[in-house]
Design a binder for this molecule. Sequence first.
Ligand code: FE
Ligand code: FE
Ligand code: ZN
Length: 278
Amino acid sequence: MLNIGCFLSISKGYMHCLKETEYVGGNTFQFFTRNPRGGGAKPVDEKDAAEFVKAAEEKGFAKILAHAPYTLNPCAAAENVWEFTRNTMADDIARMEYIPGNMYNFHPGSHVGQGIETGISKISDTLNAILKPDMHTTVLLETMAGKGSEVGSRFEELREIMDRTELSDKLGVCLDTCHVYDAGYDILNDLDGVLHKFDDIIGLERLNAIHINDTKNLFESHKDRHEKIGEGHLGKDAFKRIINHEKLRDLPFFLETPNDIEGYKAEISLLKEMYDAG
Ligand code: FE
Ligand code: FE
Ligand code: ZN
């Protein structure tokens, strides 16, 4: 079965997202832990979270994915931004304990002129400050397009961050199809080769989730602009190969395409049609 979902707003709670997911034909979803541009988060509705954990289990949902807000920068140069990032991520991870066993994805950050080496060491410092031995969430580093001074557009950079993180068994990777293509990994013409490289450098056992997006930009453009499935430079056939690839087909796929709920529903049904039941 294809594990697939889309971006939903958590403002009405987990159970509401579960129902929306059933409406679009998915079995997982992604949500921002708080306003993607703002700061504060509503207190967790414990009853809603407990109800969701039970219902998701009964309905055979795949793991769901929380996404850290865009305002964070785990390798910020400004001390106040860096501290805000650590506090927010620590709070997000604490809140995830109400829905144990799921995943939390974040952008490694932008080194803003400090250089890639300082960026990497600050990101691992951030992780060393917030990961706890008794947590029940897998924290995912997202592969980035490499726009501006973004860290994490090379597999080697993600590997280095993981190597410098003490509790690295809590870490995994979320591969964004738009970002890796924009970053210069040719998943259109050489998917096997890219996955081989990923396996050599990071290890495919670390790959926990896929952000499934087409791209508005050409190969290696380092731009990061998502497009609807089949309407960008990757195209439908590339996604057919991606969702059916033996190393990827059992992972959860999360759409982040420019769509409303009806658009997501149509895209999910298109992807399900392209998925070989095998
Ligand atoms: Fe992201
Ligand atoms: Fe993404
Ligand atoms: Zn993106």
